[in-house]
Design a protein around this ligand. Structure first.
Ligand SMILES: Nc1ncnc2c1ncn2[C@@H]1O[C@H](COP(=O)(O)OP(=O)(O)O)[C@@H](O)[C@H]1O
Ligand SMILES: [Mg+2]
Length: 384
């Protein structure tokens, strides 16, 4: 039985709709030995969490116990959506650097030292920091107003718009142990939030973050230039390919026709019908169900079935050809060397055989001579 599970927290609408849709599709398509359900955990033993072929993770960012459970499930072969290892490594500041690498525009961004020292550190823990810190350079590059937000955050928590250095320092003082980013403000005309499933399935939603929460997903927005939509689509795919998320949302602020990626590390994105609206909800339920069934079909027992982005894959592949070349070269040399040895050996054998023949024949001759001698002697002695 290939089981598809969903792991979730406080959300109320998406999980059950997802389970129902997957089971309906399984029944309609007549797929045997597959079902969807809410994940149920009673124990977690190392190397033994192999009950599910696929798990959609909607909550491990808030429950470290679940993250550990999912990594354990992944090593036993569960296709965890999204990859719990990459999610653990990932954060917004690194993502911005990666976006630059893959040619997706992002606002200019710096990270700031924390307002309070991390627990169990003292002044001497910071001897690699140059004081005074170069605030001027950051302010000149980013400008004001600017955004200040956690480098590893979500759900609009501790996101500040800062007007000037004094405002920044005052708000920075509230952030305690959070590592904050200082980011150029993109004074946008259009804003988009996009569901991105895998590397080819994008659903672009017009979004107005300046509206009250329940009115942010714009229903009858102004028509948008197709060129901008095409760029947004292209950038969504580029980012998800690099990151390797199966299920993500990517946000863009568009200024002067250029979409800047603002927030694209959302592996458990909002999918509540009450905030995304009925149409977007239908899209994500239908497409997430299709993706989960596809993953379950591709699932191979006993293998790792996770998705990795090109950032990780390229590191491995980039090293492989060099290694392979060496190995191939070595292998060719080895084969050639073996052939030479074989040749030498056979030549040697032939030579040895000849030697043997040679050495045998004289011996034979000696033996022959000796026999002749003996018989002559015999004869001689007889004669005597
Ligand atoms: N650089 C920026 N320029 C303009 N608006 C921004 C910028 N960064 C964040 N915002 C606004 O703040 C909101 C929350 O920031 P975001 O980076 O999406 O954080 P979270 O991950 O908490 O959602 C965005 O939806 C956007 O409206
Ligand atoms: Mg956001």
């Amino acid at each position: 039985m290939k089981k598809i599970g969903i792991l979730f927290g406080m959300e109320n609408t998406f999980p059950q709709a997802f389970i129902d849709r997957v089971n309906e599709k399984i029944a309609a398509e007549g797929i045997k030995d597959m079902m969807a359900e809410a994940v149920l955990i009673d124990t977690v033993e190392q190397g033994k969490s192999d009950e599910y072929a696929v798990i959609i993770d909607r909550i491990s960012q808030d429950v470290p116990f679940y993250r550990a459970f999912l990594k354990n499930a992944a090593i036993t072969g569960t296709a965890v959506i999204n990859n719990p290892f990459w999610w653990s490594a990932d954060e917004k500041f690194f993502n911005n650097a990666l976006a630059e690498k893959v040619g997706v525009p992002v606002p200019k961004t710096f990270i700031l030292p924390t307002s309070q020292r991390p627990p169990d550190t003292s002044e001497t823990s910071f001897r690699n920091m140059k004081f005074p810190f170069n605030w001027e350079k950051m302010f000149d590059t980013v400008g004001f107003p600017a955004y200040m937000k956690p480098h590893d955050g979500g759900g609009w928590k501790s996101v500040y718009r800062v007007e000037n250095p004094e405002d920044l320092w005052q708000k920075h003082g509230e952030t305690e142990h959070l590592v904050m980013m200082l980011q150029e403000e993109i004074n946008f005309k259009e804003y988009f939030r996009c569901y991105v499933l895998g590397t080819d399935n994008v659903h672009i939603m017009q979004y107005e973050p300046r509206n009250p929460h329940h009115l942010r997903y714009v229903l009858d927005g102004e028509p948008v230039d197709q060129k901008i939509l095409d760029l947004v689509h292209e950038y969504c795919i580029r980012l998800n390919k690099a990151l390797g998320y199966d299920f993500n949302t990517v946000e863009f602020a568009v200024k002067d026709g250029v979409p800047y990626a603002i927030d694209f590390c959302n592996p458990a994105p909002d999918a509540d019908i009450n905030s995304v609206g009925a149409e977007n909800f239908e899209w994500i339920v239908e497409n997430a169900a299709n993706m989960a069934i596809e993953k379950a079909k591709q699932y191979k027992k006993g293998q790792m079935n996770l998705t990795w982005g090109s950032f990780v894959k390229d590191q491995i592949i980039a090293e492989k050809p060099a290694e392979e070349k060496i190995t191939v070269k070595k292998a060719v040399k080895k084969v050639a060397a073996k052939k030479a040895i074989v040749k030498k050996a056979s030549v040697k054998k032939v030579a040895e055989k000849k030697e043997v023949v040679k050495s045998v024949s004289p011996k034979k001759e000696v033996v022959k001579k000796a026999t002749v001698k003996k018989s002559v002697a015999k004869t001689k002695s007889v004669k005597k």
